[in-house]
Design a protein around this ligand. Sequence first.
Ligand SMILES: [Zn+2]
Length: 309
Amino acid sequence: MPPAPDAALHGLTILERGWLSSNNVLLHDDDGAAWLVDSSHVLHGAQTVALLRQALRGTPLMGIVNTHLHSDHCGGNAAVQRAFGCTITVPPGQWAAVQAWDEQALSYRPTGQRCERFVADAFLQPGQSLQIGGHRWWALAAPGHDPHSIVLFDDHQGVLISADALWENGFGVVFPELEGEAAFDEVAQVLDLIESLDARWVVPGHGAPFDDVAGALQRARRRLDGFRADPARHLRHGAKVLVKYHLLEERQQPWSAFLAWFTEVDLCRSIWHGLGRPEGSLAGFAERLVDELVATGALDRRDDLLLDA
Ligand SMILES: [Zn+2]
């Protein structure tokens, strides 16, 4: 059971989603208009629109603010904009990539993930703020999981919308590390930044809001220490997250189609190289990862078919 929200979360509607779709956070102003932080995965677009209609109860949706542009956080942007005619605000570092719809820079090609094209109207710089109802939300840079990610913090109420920089148990895969770019220091710095905020509540990108911020920071740091001591563990974890996410998108796939996806995706290849080419081939590496995911119950394999479990 999530802890009972207190007055600090007044004016927020938090729609908790799963792993394929990020949470949706509605920020309501005093006039009944609302802003949406993150729009979930493209496959759940219709469901996201239906959930928002129910939560908005006829009040207007002014805009979407994306914490970052991973496919599970902005995949619903186009559908939500079509349904509500709202604006879209993105982190500044990806403004140009969105305008050009550069799927390489936006990560959809290197991760082999799906996202519907959308057009952004504005960007929110770290250091800028949004006044919405009783909350002033400051945008803070939160690189590490994603170099361009921002988080939103209301210093008056002590509420942090943390995206994938801090969850109740850990944080999102450190994507630059999967490509051989050092980013564990940035994760540590963002955890230090979050500690310095003295937040009372964290609304994460996945999972329920939580108020034991010190405990979450301790768990995140322990996890980071483990990855730093054994970077190969993080690489293998990243590969498994990519595979599981792909099966969440596909639901099921013939083994040959899965293998074609795995061997074509840049990140799978760079992880394999980073690990010193285990199993001698990408296909062998895929087989090994899937065996481990099946053993833990995360995937199911029946003859020639790979299924999400
Ligand atoms: Zn993310």
